[in-house]
Design a protein around this ligand. Sequence first.
Ligand SMILES: *Cc1c(COP(=O)(O)O)cnc(C)c1O
Ligand code: SF4
Length: 335
Amino acid sequence: MVLTTKSLKPSLSWGQLLQQSITDPVELLRILQLPLSLLEGAEAAWQGFKLRVPRGFVARMEVGNPADPLLLQVLPIAKELDIHPGFSYDPLEEALPNPIPGLLHKYHGRVLLTATASCAINCRYCFRRHFPYKENNPGFNQWQQALDYIRADHSIKEVILSGGDPLLLSDAQLANFLQRLEAIPHVTTLRFHSRIPVVLPERITSDFAKNLQHSRLHSVMVLHCNHANECDENVAVAMATLKHAGVTLLNQSVLLKGINDDVNTLQTLSERLFAIGVLPYYLHVLDKVHGSAHFYLSDAEAIALMKQLTAKLPGYLVPKLVRETPGELNKTMVI
Ligand SMILES: *Cc1c(COP(=O)(O)O)cnc(C)c1O
Ligand code: SF4
């Protein structure tokens, strides 16, 4: 399939589109022609963790469907306020002090930088919903400390920009970071963990793609997409742009009750991703964060689903079922 970037070129910049994101739950429900009663008792939930969703993502939701799988990922509801034993505010224990602000060096050969404080979308199941981003964020001008750390440790081959969402940085900021990273000889790979190519695909500008294309570093984009309906034509165009620039495209999803917890949905997601040039990488079991218990599936349920999925798809379209465990040296396979 050949896609031209020109035909779908948006008239607004990605920054303007971002600014026009929906933050008012009432407006969201009006657009979708849904009853405001869905918000009953939910006010404290959205006060604690705001609604935020780009209009382009809302346009992929089905009007009149209160169980739309994209809507359920962003709409604050009263159930988030329920207390469940075992669900905590910091399931990954990331609030522990980091030696360098914004730098996590837990896994061999790779460091993860939390590059920004916010995201283009607020996902209700997010394990970072209570994470003290602000205090932990290096900020663009304080990256020197992180870069010094990377330069001093020759075992580090790959630098992962995560967040928040690293693609909220401007093209100029990212180009500057790329240049400084390229100057460290033992670093070979730059990886992004970003939900933006899916929720705000207009962010994948030709400047951004060119910078990656011309870099000596390998670049990897790990998307975050949970349902095939998230991948519309604009996302396909963004993937074509990245692919053309030689970027390796992978996806991670979170297994979410009521959203993607059946084999057909997961199969369709993998096939849709493949059709736009992306391979499934990880399927995460939910981190037990306060406010997300209604999305939770047990390991036994997750494993049963994976068995069905493995029977239906070629091996390269089956994501690895993983969880993050504090103190472990890598993501732990659940199967
Ligand atoms: C997930 C993660 C990574 C990357 O792990 P991969 O298995 O290489 O995808 C690196 N550092 C941290 C802190 C992580 O959470
Ligand atoms: S985009 Fe990622 S980090 Fe941001 S709220 Fe969603 S799941 Fe969390």
